[in-house]
Design a protein around this ligand. Structure first.
Ligand SMILES: *[C@@H]1O[C@H](CO)[C@@H](O)[C@H](O)[C@H]1NC(C)=O
Ligand SMILES: *[C@@H]1O[C@H](CO)[C@@H](O)[C@H](O)[C@H]1NC(C)=O
Ligand SMILES: *[C@@H]1O[C@H](CO)[C@@H](O)[C@H](O)[C@H]1NC(C)=O
Ligand SMILES: *[C@@H]1O[C@H](CO)[C@@H](O)[C@H](O)[C@H]1NC(C)=O
Ligand SMILES: *[C@@H]1O[C@H](CO)[C@@H](O)[C@H](O)[C@H]1NC(C)=O
Ligand SMILES: *[C@@H]1O[C@H](CO)[C@@H](O)[C@H](O)[C@H]1NC(C)=O
Ligand SMILES: *[C@@H]1O[C@H](CO)[C@@H](O)[C@H](O)[C@H]1NC(C)=O
Length: 466
């Protein structure tokens, strides 16, 4: 059986003839995808790996044109003269205390202008950072078990000693104290799926080096949470809304899908829209959940589905739903008269090799990749293409309405960090019993501390100086 990705509308705003078709449908395969829903930080969540879901495979070929998809990551510039050196051997993780170097001077590129507002913070390189992250698994208690690579026994630590360095501008390191001072009395929210949760924990850990975050709210399922920093009357809410639109998700106690997601493409999820006007800053994202098997509703009518054999419904392909949902969410934002700052973050690339997450894929690198070494996977390209196109349209409209909408596109930053994922260390000491144990790898989420900590450098720069 064939699935058709309908990318017609992409053609409208791209000059490429871009038709992707054909992917295999995996009947009978009960894939487990690890956008697991468990969010409690209690140790006993180690076993809840996944919410089961059916996931279509990446498209295996493009049809109609051999041209690449319209938006690709530009990694074609001339190779760097220098290979990325390994961190010095003196760098290690034994720092028990914090914060080692909040004010670490950046004197590596003094000639760069401090005009981050005008330069591209998303094009850069990972450079050695001997002093390492500002927090550790011991100094921060808010790291989810699955991403707590240090505690889980990851043996190498080289991945911790790199810092993101934009090419044409100076990016000061995240300064937790200054951030909290500027954000006094402000409310932030990170809205999205488990990658947003991954990010919120990174931000909380960095801020906790200055003031302890107090959890002041969680929903019944521990999916959405809010923390307060009492000395600064500053709050961060993590809002669980993996689709941004209304969705009924059916999962059993183990997080295995028992039925297709029922997705309302023309109704926004009130989990975030109810809080929207009360927030000062938001980072909104979505992505991989749209790959799941789903029935699509529009105007209370079933209009099609994605991966629903035997249902006598039109297979629409996930791009159909992704475009529609994203356009709706973006339109809501762009016309909202919101007075704060809203970041739209593109979805993040994964680094599964030798397979995918469900069939033994792993990620074994321990250093950042060299430029051009890793290409963005087709599936990630497709998602990002839709995201950038919808952002672009919304951003014009937002500007007209005085809405401050900004793009966070960390694709380049993350693509070169295949070493930053938990891999087998999503579990606690996976090889303690059997050094050859077969364990499922996570090459999608990010170790904490880890590369996504440097998102916060960029976000702080944009929020404060941008
Ligand atoms: C890590 O650093 C500490 C203090 O700088 C040092 O005592 C220790 O030997 C180092 N460990 C390794 C494995 O390099
Ligand atoms: C942090 O990780 C180290 C191993 O790197 C481990 O010995 C320690 O128990 C962990 N601490 C916490 C609080 O998880
Ligand atoms: C704390 O911040 C909220 C806005 O986030 C504001 O409404 C409230 O008045 C502030 N409280 C104090 C004590 O300043
Ligand atoms: C909204 O939040 C609730 C509670 O966390 C969650 O069960 C529900 O799935 C969320 N809604 C959507 C559309 O994801
Ligand atoms: C939605 O459905 C109702 C009745 O089913 C119809 O009257 C209305 O025109 C539809 N709206 C749109 C935008 O198609
Ligand atoms: C499938 O749907 C079409 C159009 O809705 C309908 O004509 C047809 O009878 C249905 N087939 C089955 C097997 O239900
Ligand atoms: C990664 O997967 C490949 C293919 O299954 C396997 O040969 C290799 O040993 C794996 N590496 C690790 C470190 O598990």
């Amino acid at each position: 059986m064939k699935l058709i990705w309908r990318l017609k509308s992409l053609n409208k705003y791209n000059n490429w003839i871009f038709k992707l078709a054909i992917a295999t449908l995996f009947l009978g395969l009960a894939f487990r995808f690890f956008f697991y829903q468990s969010t409690s930080l209690e140790p006993n969540i180690e076993t809840t790996f996944a919410d089961g879901t059916e996931l279509s495979k990446e498209p295996v070929s493009s049809v109609g044109s051999s041209k690449p998809p319209p938006v690709t990551v530009d990694i074609s510039r001339p190779p760097l003269a220098v290979d990325i050196p390994k961190p010095t051997s003196s760098a290690n993780t034994s720092k028990g205390s914090l914060p080692a170097d909040l004010q670490e001077p950046d004197n590596e590129t003094p000639q760069k202008e401090l005009n981050a507002g005008k330069c591209d913070l998303f094009t850069g390189d990972w450079i050695p950072h001997p002093s390492g992250p500002m927090y550790t698994n011991s100094s921060c208690s808010l790291i989810e078990g699955h991403q707590n690579c240090m505690r889980n026994g990851r043996t190498d630590s080289g991945y911790l000693f790199w810092r993101w360095n934009p090419r044409d501008c100076q990016l000061p390191p995240f300064n937790a104290r200054r951030f909290l001072e500027v954000m006094r009395n402000k409310r932030w929210a990170l809205i999205g799926d488990s990658i947003s949760r991954n990010h919120v924990q990174s931000l909380l850990c960095m801020l906790s080096t200055v003031d302890q975050a107090v959890e002041v709210y969680h929903d019944e399922e521990y999916k959405s949470k809010r923390w307060h920093f009492p000395s600064y009357n500053f709050s961060i809410t993590n809002i669980w809304s993996p689709f941004l639109v209304k969705a009924a998700i059916f999962e059993d106690n183990n997080g295995v899908s028992t039925s297709e997601v029922q997705l309302q493409l023309d109704k926004l999820d009130t989990n975030w829209t109810n809080l929207y006007q009360s927030l000062d800053y938001m980072i909104i994202s979505t992505g991989k959940w749209f790959l799941k098997a789903a029935i699509y509703h529009d105007n209370d009518t079933v209009v099609g589905c994605h991966i629903c054999p035997g249902k006598n419904l039109t297979e629409k392909g996930f791009v159909f739903a992704y475009e529609k949902a994203l356009r709706y969410a973006m339109n809501f934002i762009a016309t909202s008269k919101h007075k704060g700052m809203i970041f739209f973050r593109t979805s993040t690339p994964d680094h599964f090799e030798n397979g995918e997450w469900h069939n033994g894929g792993n990620c074994t690198k321990t250093t950042p990749a060299k430029e051009g070494e890793i290409e963005l996977k087709d599936l990630n390209k497709i998602l990002r293409t839709v995201e950038l196109a919808e952002f672009e349209k919304a951003s014009a409209k937002a500007a007209e309405n005085g809405v401050n909408l900004k793009l966070l596109d960390f694709t380049n930053l993350l693509l070169s960090r295949p070493d930053g994922h938990p891999g087998p260390y999503r579990q606690f000491h996976p090889f303690a019993q059997d050094k050859d144990a077969k364990v499922q790898n996570d090459c999608l989420h990010w170790c904490l501390p880890g590369p996504i900590d440097y998102w916060n450098d960029v976000i702080m720069e944009m929020a404060i100086n941008g």
